[in-house]
Design a binder for this molecule. Structure first.
Ligand SMILES: Nc1ncnc2c1ncn2[C@@H]1O[C@H](COP(=O)(O)OP(=O)(O)O)[C@@H](O)[C@H]1O
Ligand SMILES: [Mg+2]
Length: 468
């Protein structure tokens, strides 16, 4: 059943329900007609029995001489008067002087009228009504009867009509139902065919959406939206790969140039050392780039597991400040870290990676002292890294978190423009966001906003590492 096309299944279910409906309606109609015919016959018999009983009471029934129409209509009706022993006292013509009741039937008649629903007289189905009367000082039985032939004929012809007409009606309506179902499902087939023909190269084609604003149109629109999202994702993927290759090319070319230059002719030891050192720098950049690309790829695939554990924010800030202390000192700069005592539910490794990217940027693109601080805003905690540098160029803020975006836009600069993209992804992986702004007093301020689960600040502690 489940292997059949929907339109066939719909039609079958519909036909089955309709068949049941038609059958029960037909049965009800048939029974109703039978009952009303029986009722009419019984009424007539009762009236006739009363008439004959009245005549019997006048001693002479005169049934024999009665014109056929006195009690009988169309010759199908008859009457007989019997005594208690079953002897015929009187009867309508044509009964052939055979008692209508057998002896045991007579014994069954008591004071009340006795209907005999169906009996056979000369193979004709008849209905009888026996009415006991007391007349002429005797107990007599008035038996009236009528043929059931026309009743049976009427019922039989209704039965024939139902048996023939029902299936025809069922077939016709089922065919109409099938045509309707097939018509309604045709847009689905059109969409399917178009979807099957879509190739990766032609994802910009759309599925045909029926004009009506029904479920199928909604399905078509949803599928088209899905296609659009796939298209965007695919384009993003393609440009990511293109940008990544481009970023890899520059350091590789530099590396190759360094090596070729070093091999070109016999070199002094310190010249060779210098070449190797700058080659090592390029290798560093390459491996960092590879790490960033891998991280983003894993974030994209959802393969990066965020293992949240409770971490004390002060510890996070302190260890970051300590990690970058040397570099800051070397540049004559300070890193201040001040945070309330917040217990965070975070993946500490990833969070530190994001904050490290921000500090790295502040060291590389910013100037002056660097401040790490936390602010509780509503149900989230913002972890800020601020500096006193030139800040972001106007207009660049919108793109700061895009992949491979750099304000100077010269490829081959110090970074690949992936740092902030990774920060945004890590924030998102924690259910939060990342944002950047230029501070009114100058310098950039970049922060992650992480939803607070169950941590409240208790006290404020300040850690400062400063260069001397
Ligand atoms: N603290 C900052 N001050 C000024 N500009 C910044 C700062 N941080 C980031 N930027 C700008 O945003 C760009 C993107 O940063 P990022 O994604 O970390 O890439 P990268 O550091 O590799 O260039 C940087 O190239 C720089 O132009
Ligand atoms: Mg960076």
């Amino acid at each position: 059943m489940s292997g059949l096309p929907i339109r066939v299944r719909l039609t079958l279910a519909f036909a089955a329900a309709l068949a049941l409906l038609l059958a029960s309606a037909g049965l009800l109609l048939y029974q109703h007609l039978g009952r009303s015919l029986d009722y009419a016959i019984d009424q007539a018999l009762r009236a006739r029995a009363a008439d004959v009983a009245a005549l019997v009471a006048q001693a002479d029934t005169g049934l024999r001489e009665a014109p056929p129409n006195a009690f009988v209509s169309a010759g199908n009706d008859f009457a007989q008067v019997l005594d208690a022993h079953g002897h015929i006292i009187d009867e309508t013509p044509g009964l052939g002087r055979t008692p209508l009741l057998a002896r045991d039937q007579i014994a069954n008649v008591h004071a009340r009228p006795l209907p005999i629903k169906r009996a056979y007289r000369r193979n004709v189905p008849v209905r009888l009504l026996v009415l006991p009367v007391h007349a002429q000082d005797k107990r007599l039985l008035v038996v009236v009867g009528t043929s059931l032939r026309s009743r049976d004929t009427a019922l039989a012809s209704l039965r024939r009509e139902l048996v023939v007409g029902g299936p025809i009606a069922l077939l016709l309506v089922s065919l109409i139902g099938y045509a309707l179902a097939a018509g309604a499902l045709r847009p689905v087939e059109r969409m399917r065919a178009q979807a099957a023909a879509l190739s990766e190269a032609h994802l910009d084609e759309r599925l045909p959406v029926p004009a009506a604003r029904d479920e199928l149109a909604r399905l078509g629109n949803t599928l088209n939206d899905l296609l659009a999202r796939l298209r965007t994702a695919l384009e993003r993927e393609r440009s990511f790969v293109a940008d990544a290759s481009h970023e890899l090319r520059t350091p590789l070319a530099l590396l190759r140039a360094e090596i070729e230059l070093a091999l070109d002719q016999p070199r002094e030891k310190n010249e060779l050392e210098g070449a190797l050192r700058s080659a090592a720098d390029e290798v560093d950049r390459l491996s960092q780039l590879a790490e960033h690309l891998l991280l983003l790829a894993r974030l994209d695939r959802g393969a990066l597991r965020i293992r949240t554990a409770s971490a004390e924010l002060t510890d996070v800030f302190e260890s970051l400040a300590a990690r970058f202390d040397q570099r800051a000192r070397a540049a004559g700069r300070h890193i201040h870290a001040d945070s309330g005592t917040h217990l965070l539910a975070v993946d500490r490794v990833r969070l530190e990676q994001a904050l490290a990217n921000l500090i790295e940027n502040a060291l590389r693109h910013g100037n002056g002292d660097i401040r790490l601080y936390a602010v509780e805003v509503g149900n989230a905690i913002e972890l800020h890294v601020a500096d006193h540098g030139p800040g972001f160029p106007p207009g660049f803020l919108h793109h700061a978190f895009d992949r491979f975006s750099r304000a100077d836009n010269a490829r081959g600069g110090s970074g690949a423009g992936l740092g902030l993209a990774i920060v945004a992804e890590i924030a998102a992986a924690h259910g939060g966001t990342a944002a950047a702004a230029n501070r009114p007093e100058g310098g950039a301020d970049i922060w992650l906003s992480i939803p607070l689960a169950h941590n409240r600040p208790q006290q404020t502690r300040s850690v400062t590492t400063a260069s001397r």
